[in-house]
Design a protein around this ligand. Structure first.
Ligand code: NAD
Length: 370
């Protein structure tokens, strides 16, 4: 018998523990119906870890993440820790765990449930049914490139500078993630750079093209400049399936795409590391929202981004597409029935609590798959 897969849950701060409590109920449903047999443990990260141990990321949490087959993190941060030194702020725990786990590919889906199309700032017909995946390179590029700094020039003027740099292997490993994802989705990849004005962009385009020709001819590959991509995302986002791009462009484009869906409380994400020979791949799943200090402790946060992060985990870490589909369908049906937390409520609907939303999803799971 193979050992059960290990899941590490990190509730973090603010609304984190509230939405994690709801996720636990969803996870329990999958365990109790025999669909999963995970070995689930919880750990501390962020401000909660700082309060207990004086650091936002302990060696114990790093070790547990290293042993886990997948990590799920809710969110970190809050005003309580605003005055603590920068290096031990809750957010440093988040950056630290991503680095420790070697997570170089950030997957940000922008998925618009038809029933929420009205919540977007774009016209409903432009976004209804939208399902795109942005793959952002996470450990290279201008955010990490050397040399970097602020210097004073001989004439007394100051100069700030950063270096955009990518190596062949950094480009290939993230492009591979995008092609593999496209194979499980719409079989189309847009590779986004600015090869018209940047050498790193020329290399990016050449390497992606070579990898495509060698291993992924079944996938349609298109190249697009980053500025045009921003424009096309706002004009006709449904033309995209998977977008792969560097750290800086990915940061901006994924925020743009995510806002088409209306609410932060709905959006999951995943960060992946390299695939080992055994097939194991480090993976961290988390909602894109923060700890929402303005509503923390009130029991009104939307737990769906975390629940949908769990669906991503089932799909991408464990190849459990049927279970992921089932969970996404349950969420869709609950929304269709008008069950809404305050952030996605529409005229005439009464907002429900975090717990009621979670219970509705679990009830719908039982109805769909008795
Ligand atoms: P935020 O995402 O926490 O909140 C922005 C707004 O969205 C708030 O009005 C909040 O109430 C609302 N919101 C967020 N998630 C929601 C949910 N699930 N349901 C309903 N409403 C929701 O961003 P912020 O206010 O800029 O940051 C607050 C703290 O979170 C800061 O300390 C920041 O550093 C941290 N942060 C953490 C992460 C992370 O853990 N990945 C990401 C972003 C920000």
């Amino acid at each position: 018998m193979t050992a059960p897969k290990k899941i590490l849950l990190l509730p973090g701060d603010g609304i984190g523990p509230e939405v994690t409590a709801v996720l636990r109920k969803v996870m329990d449903w999958f365990q109790q119906t025999g669909r999963t047999t995970f070995d689930i443990t919880e750990g501390l990260i962020g401000g909660a870890s700082y309060d207990a141990h004086g650091t936002p990321l302990t060696a114990d949490t790093i070790a547990a993440a290293g042993k886990a087959d997948a990590v799920i993190l809710a969110c970190v941060g809050g005003p309580k820790w605003e005055k603590v030194p920068f290096a031990v702020r809750p957010e440093a725990g988040l950056l630290g765990i991503r680095k420790e786990m070697g997570l170089f590919a950030n997957l940000r889906p922008a998925l618009v449930f038809d029933v929420l199309a009205n919540a977007s700032t774009l016209k409903p017909e432009i976004v209804a049914g939208l399902d795109i995946m942005i793959v952002r390179e996470l450990l290279g590029g201008v955010y990490f490139g050397e040399p970097r700094g602020i210097e004073t020039l001989p004439n007394g003027e100051r100069r700030g500078f950063n270096t955009q740099s990518y190596t062949t292997s950094e480009i290939i490993r993230v492009a591979r993630v995008a092609f593999e994802l496209a194979r499980k989705r719409g079989k189309k990849v847009h590779s986004v750079e600015k090869a018209n004005v940047m050498e790193s962009g020329i290399l990016w385009k050449e390497e992606v093209t070579k990898l495509h020709a060698a291993e992924y001819k079944d996938i349609e590959l298109l190249h697009m400049y980053a500025d045009n991509c921003a424009m096309q995302l706002a004009r006709n986002p449904k033309q995209f399936d998977v977008i792969v791009t560097d750290n800086l462009f990915g940061d901006v484009l994924s925020d743009l795409a995510s806002m088409m869906t209306g609410s932060l409380g709905m959006l999951p994400s995943a960060s992946l590391g390299a695939k080992e020979v055994s097939g194991r791949q480090a993976a961290l799943y988390e909602p894109i929202h923060g700890s929402a200090p303005d509503i923390a402790g009130k029991g009104v946060a939307n737990p769906l981004a975390l629940i949908l992060s769990y669906a991503m985990m089932l799909r991408y870490s464990f190849n459990m597409a049927a279970a992921a589909d089932l969970l996404e369908k349950a969420v869709q049906n609950v929304l269709r029935a008008g069950v809404r937390t305050a952030d996605i409520v529409e005229k005439g609907q009464t907002p429900v609590s975090t717990a009621v939303m979670g219970d509705a999803v679990v009830k719908e799971l039982s109805r769909l798959a008795p």
